[in-house]
Ligand binder design. Structure first.
Ligand code: MRU
Length: 374
């Protein structure tokens, strides 16, 4: 499942099942998992076999396609009941990435609209088509983010990033990592500092794997080294992704992001957040209202199965933190780059049509595009 010049596809719909690249096995093994039921999808999400906010939205949407595909309901209303049951299960899989909820709601709305006119098979087709549309839109939105963001990366820059925001986390080339790739492909000689991203090492395992395949110069650092590199003048900018952006611009992202933003501000460096609008949650006013996932302490005490603390030690394991909007230099989104003050301008931009509409119209001239505009 690899595409153009080292780009990887982390997910594929295969006529009734979802094939994912099992990210828990990388970089040692490129192994695939075939998911056949919403329960298997929820498990893959919980265990981080599939991860990254935009990709979570896509896999959750396909999870509903599995639910209706397997449903024995003969009529559309019975089908909708099975879909809603699967939606509830998938909603519980991980709490922070709003893309899951956003994608599930979008697919359900498409199914509800189809029920009025269609029989059960028509609803099944609509559900799958909506999931495929979400995936395609995310790919196009990554490309829009990448193109915009690349302009902000100076020639010769050392770019510091956290966690994994590339093709393994999205339906396209990535958000923050997509920006890095676009700058590299534009011929800028850049180098990437990759924070290893404790405790599950999405930076060291996944980002370094992607950058290696893409031929982008990079160096892995322990998370605690970021400040020292900035103090030595070895970082020009920081760019990260997001799991949820509140209406006021506060950002939930992988734990460790907040301290990078504080350090960037202290050292006078730009701190950019790259994300599609599917990650903006206008329903939460500030970061204080964002649910932060608490994961099992064993991930900290025995990372990747290697004991790192004495038996009986306790650990705290929040998977995400919240960076206040005041520390963000700009949001690089699929619909434009937004600078401070964020609140009103972010929400206003979110109401505009996605840049992918002309492409989608050209691809499917007869598709009902109402939902694609949202
Ligand atoms: O726990 P993860 O690996 O799903 O966390 C992922 C992140 O924090 C990413 O930065 C975020 O989802 C953006 S991915 C484009």
């Amino acid at each position: 499942m690899s595409g153009r010049r080292g780009e990887v596809h982390a997910i594929e719909w295969r006529d009734g099942s979802i094939r994912i690249l099992d990210q828990t096995r990388l970089p040692g093994q490129e192994a695939y998992l075939d998911l056949h039921t919403p329960e298997e999808v929820a498990r893959a999400i919980r265990t981080l076999a599939v991860r990254g906010a935009p990709l979570l939205g896509i896999v959750a949407a396909y999870g509903l396609a599995l639910a209706v595909g397997r449903s024995s309901a003969r009529g559309p209303r019975g089908l909708l009941r099975d879909l809603v049951r699967a939606e509830r299960r998938l909603l519980l899989s991980r709490p922070t990435a709003v893309n899951i909820r956003w994608a599930l709601a979008r697919v359900r709305a498409a199914a509800e609209a189809a029920i009025v006119a269609g029989d059960a098979d028509a609803v099944r087709s609509v559900v799958l088509a909506e999931a495929q549309l979400i995936a395609r839109e995310d790919e196009l939105s990554c490309r829009a983010i990448a193109e915009r963001g690349a302009r902000l990366v100076p020639e010769g820059a050392n770019v510091l990033t956290h966690c994994n925001t590339g093709a393994l986390a999205t339906g396209g080339p990535g958000t923050a990592l997509g920006v890095i790739l676009a700058a590299h492909r534009a011929g800028k000689r850049i180098h990437v500092w990759v924070c290893e991203t404790r405790p599950l090492l999405q930076g060291a395992r996944l980002t370094a794997w992607e950058l290696g395949r893409l031929g982008i110069p990079h160096t892995v650092i322990v998370d605690g080294a970021a400040g020292a590199l900035m103090a030595r003048g070895q970082v020009e900018l920081v760019i990260v992704g997001a799991d949820r952006i509140a209406a006021n611009g506060d950002v939930a992202n992988k734990v460790g992001t907040y301290q990078l933003a504080v350090l960037a501000r202290h050292h006078g460096l730009p701190f950019y957040v790259a994300a599609p609008f599917s990650t903006v949650d206008p329903g939460v006013r500030t970061g204080r209202d964002i649910a932060i996932e608490e994961r099992d302490p064993s991930e900290v005490l025995a990372p990747l199965g290697v004991q790192a603390a004495p038996n009986g030690t306790t650990a705290e394991n929040p998977a995400f933190d919240v960076t206040p909007a005041a520390l963000v230099s700009a949001f690089i989104t699929d619909r434009g780059t937004v600078r401070r003050p964020f609140g009103a301008s972010l929400i206003r931009l979110g109401r505009t049509a996605g840049p992918w509409l002309p492409t989608l119209r050209a691809e499917r001239p007869r598709r009902g595009l109402a939902s694609a505009a949202g």
